[in-house]
Write a protein that binds this ligand. Structure first.
Ligand SMILES: [Zn+2]
Length: 74
């Protein structure tokens, strides 16, 4: 696999995935990904992207629930 960015060699490795959502920041360590040995560009495969989306969806729901409950108590 070649890097789409610079044409360098891509290697399988693990990286930290960070996401900034409304109300929280999420860091997922050691997510499998393809990384360019030349420019450091990172690509996630569909399977990993799907899993990350599921995690985010789940946290969004739980945070929404948490906020509603907090508001109800006040
Ligand atoms: Zn590259």
């Amino acid at each position: 696999m070649k890097c789409f960015h610079c044409g360098g060699e891509m290697k399988r490795g693990k990286t930290t995935y960070t996401v900034n959502r409304k109300g929280y920041h999420l860091l997922i360590h050691e997510v499998p990904a393809w990384m360019c040995t030349q420019c450091g560009e990172v690509y996630f495969e569909g399977e990993e992207v799907d899993s990350i989306q599921e995690v985010i969806k789940s946290i969004d729901e739980k945070i929404g629930k948490l906020r509603r409950e907090r508001v109800a108590v006040q």
